[in-house]
Design a protein around this ligand. Structure first.
Ligand SMILES: [Cu+2]
Length: 219
């Protein structure tokens, strides 16, 4: 009998050692208009805490992410969608304007709180009007956990984290002008100009060397 109890205690201890304690990743964001020049041409964008792109969020599977978002824009509502997060039990945190929540009005605050339910490389983005194209996005990395280990870990050899890169299309024309062209009364879906193309880099089979934090100087 004593041996059986001892076995039970050992089993319980092993179980708990394998379980990582869920943490809460907390962020406070001011979403606001900023003047920014990602490719050296200044334009109005939507930034988070005065920057573009938005902050990287890193959590571990099972953690709670809690983002207190203040809408500091004076003339438009805002929502943020957490792309790839399933929002089990928290559909109000999905951030799809007019579907799962009303846009958060100027001057108001909304707290997005949800579980990062499975590992993956995700991103978050504005989901109202063309706010994603205005720069309202950032990366959302959910690391593996003892309960949800990385199945392909053996396929890369450094044992560390892979570098993360955010890619996006880009227009110099501001998104409000683009929205008017896309939603025009008689001429639907008309873009103003083409996306800006860096012809030096965007060509067939070009290999681009990326150095973390490096920027090409403006001409
Ligand atoms: Cu999305």
């Amino acid at each position: 009998m004593a041996a059986a109890v001892q076995l039970l205690v050992v089993a319980a201890a092993a179980c708990c050692a394998a379980m990582a304690a869920a943490a809460t990743v907390e962020e406070t964001w001011d979403v606001e208009y900023i003047l920014w020049a990602p490719d050296c041409q200044q334009r109005v964008m939507i930034g988070i805490n005065g920057r573009f792109p938005g902050p990287n969020i890193t959590a571990r599977a099972g953690d709670v992410i809690s983002v207190t978002m203040n809408n500091k824009m004076h003339t438009e509502g805002v929502v943020v969608h957490w792309h790839g997060i399933r929002q089990f039990g928290t559909p109000w945190a999905d951030g799809t304007a007019s579907i799962s929540q009303c846009a958060v009005n100027p001057g108001e605050t909304f707290v997005y709180k949800f579980v990062a339910d499975k590992p993956g490389t995700y991103f978050y983005h504005g989901h109202f009007g063309m706010q994603r194209a205005a720069g309202l996005y950032g990366s959302l990395i959910v690391l593996d956990s003892p309960e949800q280990p990385e199945p392909f870990r053996h396929q890369y050899d450094d044992g560390g984290e892979l570098p993360m890169m955010l890619l996006s299309d880009w227009w110099h024309q501001n998104v409000y002008a683009q929205a008017a062209g896309l939603d025009g009364k008689d001429r639907h879906f008309e873009w103003i100009g083409e996306p800006q193309v860096d012809k030096k880099h965007i060509a067939a089979n070009v290999v681009v060397a990326v150095i973390s934090g490096d920027r090409e100087p403006c001409q």
